[in-house]
Structure formats: C-alpha cells, structure tokens
Design a binder for this molecule. Sequence first.
Ligand SMILES: C[S@@+](CC[C@H](N)C(=O)[O-])C[C@H]1O[C@@H](n2cnc3c(N)ncnc32)[C@H](O)[C@@H]1O
Length: 254
Amino acid sequence: MPWNPDQFNKFQQERSASFDDLVNMLNIREGLRVIDLGCGTGELTARLADMLPNSAVIGIDTSAEMLAQAQHYVRPGLRFEYGDLTTIKGQWDVVFSHGVIQWVSDHPHLLPHLFSLVTPGGQLLVQVPSNHYHPSHMLVRQLAGEEPFKTALNGWVRDMPVLTIDAYANLLFAQGGLNLNVFEKIYPHVLAGADAIVEWTSGTLLVPYFERLGSLRDTFVTVYRDRLRERFPNHPVFYGFRRILFSAIRPSRN
Ligand SMILES: C[S@@+](CC[C@H](N)C(=O)[O-])C[C@H]1O[C@@H](n2cnc3c(N)ncnc32)[C@H](O)[C@@H]1O
C-alpha cells in the first residue's frame, strides 16, 4: 500500500498523545530487546528507544516509503528493517505497536501471535484506533458503495477488524496475560474545520481507497469533503478520536 509519509506526519502531534498513554504503561528496565511493529516513519520508535537505556530497539514495517523516512533515526541501539508483523518470528522483551493492527484482519488469531512474540516476563503494548463508527469513517464506507466509486473499487470496502475492549481483554487473558490494562479513550482533537479531517484521513484511512480508485481519486475526495463540510460546518471542529490501548505481561516460566 503506497503510504505518503508527509501526509501521515501532518497530524503527528495529535497522534503522539496516544503514544504517551501507551508508554505510560511500559515497565522501563535496562537492557531490553524491543520491537516496534509497524514503526512507520520511525519518529515514535526513536522516542521509545530514548526511554529505554542500553536497549536494542528494532522497528519493522512493510512500507518502503515509511522505512526510507525511518532510516534518519538509525543510531546505536536503534534500527529499522522490512518486516510483516503477521509473519514475523522471534521473541522480544517488549512488543510494541502503535496505530497499526487496524490494517490486519482476524484479531482473534492475531492476538495469540503477538503474544507469542513476547519473552516470558516481557510485555505486549498495543494502541489501535477504534474510530470506525465516526462519521468521518462511515462516510467513506457510504461513498464507496455509491457509483461511480463502487464499480471503480469493484465493490471493495475496507475491512473493520478492530474488536471491543472486552474482546481484547478476553483474548489476552486466554493467553495467560498478567497485569492486564485494557481501555478505550477519546482523544479530543480540535481541528480547523471539516477540510482538516479530510487531510487527516488522507494520510491513513483513505490510503487503500486511493490505491484502488485510479483516476476517480480526486472526485472521491471532492465528494467526501463536501459531505464532511455539511456534517461538520463549524470552525474549529471537534474531532473526538476513539482509540483502544492495552498492555499485558507474559507469565515467566516456572
Ligand atoms: C498509521 S501508520 C503508524 C506508524 C507508527 N507506528 C506511528 O504511530 O506513527 C501504520 C503503519 O503500519 C504499517 N503496517 C501495516 N500493516 C503492516 C504489517 N502487516 N506489518 C508491518 N507493518 C505494517 C504501515 O506500513 C504503516 O507504516
């Protein structure tokens, strides 16, 4: 999927609030082996590495465009490489993922896999957006079902794989997870207006639609913007963004 790092980074400041909440749950120790699944442009991976003295941090991602940006942050103890979180093997003391697993389907199977990547006594920390019922997201689904977009997309709409917090808590418990901390939070962003929401979703939600829409991409954005302007006429606009965060410790071997 062709990510655009510059578009994605436009709202990095807003996105870092959930990063702060996620690292607040991190058990900071020295000399950890850490993996950031879906590191994107690497900025947050570097901040994570800064918090962990004498640790070896690796960021993996499937996007060549994102990894190219991430290379700017390489230093001793921090590196980046191509890797798919669904197939990666190995074990790390901290398995970290911020704003990524919404791109992966079948979370009831994904969660046991993520937990298997954690060393005994280690920690899994995940933040996943759960904003799929917000009008900014529902409008995209609605539009994708209308012509001429439906034909251009061949009937495709983006999967909605994100589960409830109860489901994640149950999955973590079933894996033997300890010290579970699972919660959902609304991040209260105030944006200039509806057009800023289009800018936001253009860097994330719309990326796979852009890939498939071809020459209809600009028309899709225009119609989407018009509908968002109708729905959110105020300036500034309140964009309450829902996210799920969870942390669990893998039990130590006896
Ligand atoms: C929304 S960005 C988040 C980047 C970063 N974690 C952050 O919070 O700034 C999602 C990233 O997940 C990556 N990604 C999506 N599916 C992936 C997979 N199966 N394995 C690894 N990375 C993946 C994308 O390429 C993209 O860089």
